[in-house]
Design a protein around this ligand. Sequence first.
Ligand code: SF4
Length: 331
Amino acid sequence: MIGKELLKVNNLKKYFPIQGGFLGRTVNHVKAVDDISFNVYEGETVSLVGESGCGKSTAGRVILRLEEPTAGEVIFNEINMTSLDKANLRKMRKDLQIIFQDPFASINPRQTVAQVLEEALQIQNLAPAEQRRSRALELLETVGLAPYQADRYPHEFSGGQRQRVGIARALSLNPKLIICDEAVSALDVSIRAQILNLLKKLQREFSLTYLFISHDLGVVRHISDRIIVMYLGRIMEIADKISLFENAQHPYTRALLSAIPIPRPGRKRERMVLAGDVPSAIDPPVGCRFHTRCPYVRDNCKEEVPQLRSAGNMAAGHLTACHYFEEINSP
Ligand code: SF4
């Protein structure tokens, strides 16, 4: 692996209560994240992928403790984040940053970009007042923006430029880990490639570690070292990028891969169309969560939860959660 273990997620759960009835009691829960475990090593990019509602973004928010976990723990740099009090969590936050799909959604539209960056430096006490402006300009240059753009307001930037500012803001705190939550999903293809290249360049320059959250396996392919496939709050498969794209074992991963267009004229991939919709996370299927849509389902799948187990390629740490993947994938 690339470096030491930087992030360890152990049996993490996030259930959102549903209130109902006259007294507003909790009548049920949305099981957004339901017992996931994985780790991220220093300097690598691990991607969480899956359809909308699979729990990947919630997992990112719970890791940062923007949402409190229902159960489980998050160990970051050997510190248990889940048991930190507010003061210590605030100190730790500078090491873990997040970039959202629209980084300006949480920014005051009346602040210029320079003011946004200077404020971030001030809150974490990372630069004396007289140096904040020059540090803000330096950050903008690092992400490919010109100094004259520092005094512009958010609405004056294009989608790609906004994302560059979002990256600059995250970088301002010298983080160790950046969570990119659908960070390039809203961008068109050429701008998306530029931002992905920028993220890769910054990773090399600043020894960054990324947890990259996306619904798009095509995007994830360009940036990931390892990929974690989620479905209805659970992990279906974990593998390094090459193993996942060339030797996926889980039927759900194979269905997602079959939907990626091949950018060469005349070449087609055999499409594996999944039946039905993703079931509700309020009352997820018993046994294998994927069984209501799996073309290989058997009776046992409706009762017994498949655990993640080695998919044969131990060197790559390839794990899959399917009772019958050996038979399904045998020639
Ligand atoms: Fe399909 Fe059963 Fe494997 Fe689940 S455990 S993916 S339902 S074959």
